[in-house]
Design a protein around this ligand. Structure first.
Ligand code: HEC
Length: 259
């Protein structure tokens, strides 16, 4: 080779040595499965917040802003727990909730219903609130203000630190990709970080005004879409392109592989 030896023509996804490809591939596969699990978890936790299956703007509003027209107890009795007691008894409980959840009515009328209809699950399964206890029921009967500031600060910093790491490495691997327009490559790498911040900011804004719930959904979709493109094209360029003999000789980090 008469060229200088620093031109690193092998520095792109198609030409990396197999051990490096295996390392990158293992990481991207684990992250890919992780993203799907995250989606599933959101569906199962937030997805049920409004008592109906599937993620909707209402779920996000209920999680962060709360349901300020009612309480968790009433929402549950009109939603996921609807089939657990006949209408007359549910109405009795809801009336009690709306009248301020006093102890006297609880003892006389509500406790017997709850013992009969709800205890078999709620008094025995540790992850469920024990609605047969007055203190617990009264808390659930209070107007729901959604996630607390304390919960939000905790969730926000874990989310920002943890997920930035994921995007850092996904973006790092993708920076060796070939054949992308340079502007698009930069947009793809930057999008997840930008929308991660939009996502977290939207939780706080939703707590203040429920209309911002849309940004949570937009943020989530945007960074999932951008990382999916980066993960799939990285895998394609490491395995499918070489398998088809489509090697590139260019230094990705010098910008030689961009279009
Ligand atoms: C067959 C078991 C079962 C019975 C009976 C039952 N529940 Fe539930 N309840 C559950 C489960 C499981 C959940 C959690 C559902 C979820 O989060 O997706 C739940 C959730 C709830 C919640 C929401 C708790 C929260 O923190 O958001 C409330 C409130 C509730 N139940 C009240 C009641 C009341 C009141 C009754 C009686 C009229 C009742 N449940 C009867 C199983 C039961």
């Amino acid at each position: 080779m008469s060229q200088q030896n620093d031109n690193l023509k092998w520095l792109n996804l198609t030409r990396l040595a197999l051990p490096v490809k295996v390392l990158f591939t293992g990481y991207l596969m684990a992250i890919g499965v992780g993203l799907m699990m995250a989606g599933l978890q959101i569906l199962l936790t937030h997805g049920m917040a409004d008592g109906k299956f599937g993620l909707s703007v209402d779920d996000i509003v209920y999680s962060y802003y709360g349901n300020r027209t009612g309480s968790k107890l009433e929402t549950a009795l009109n939603g996921i727990m609807k089939d657990k007691a006949p209408p007359a008894e549910r109405l009795e409980i809801i009336k009690w909730v709306r009248n301020g959840a006093d102890r006297k009515t609880w003892e006389q009328k509500i406790k017997p219903i709850v013992m009969k209809r709800c205890a078999k699950c709620h008094a025995h399964i540790p992850t469920l609130p024990n609605v047969t206890k007055y203190e617990v029921a009264k808390k659930l009967a209070a107007v729901d203000h959604g996630a607390s500031i304390k919960q939000l600060t905790r969730l926000s910093h874990i989310h920002l630190f943890g997920i930035s790491f994921i995007f850092m490495f996904v973006g790092f691997i993708f920076s060796f990709a070939v054949g992308f327009n340079r502007i698009w490559k930069m947009i793809l790498i930057f999008t997840p970080f930008a929308f991660l911040i939009v996502d977290v900011a939207s939780w706080w804004l939703t707590k203040w005004n429920p209309n911002f719930a849309w940004f949570t959904i937009i943020g989530g979709f945007a960074y999932t879409a951008a990382s999916t493109v980066m993960i799939l094209s990285s895998l394609w360029q490491m395995w499918i392109m070489p398998w088809r003999g489509q090697y590139r000789d260019c230094n990705a980090w010098k910008g030689e592989c961009d279009r």
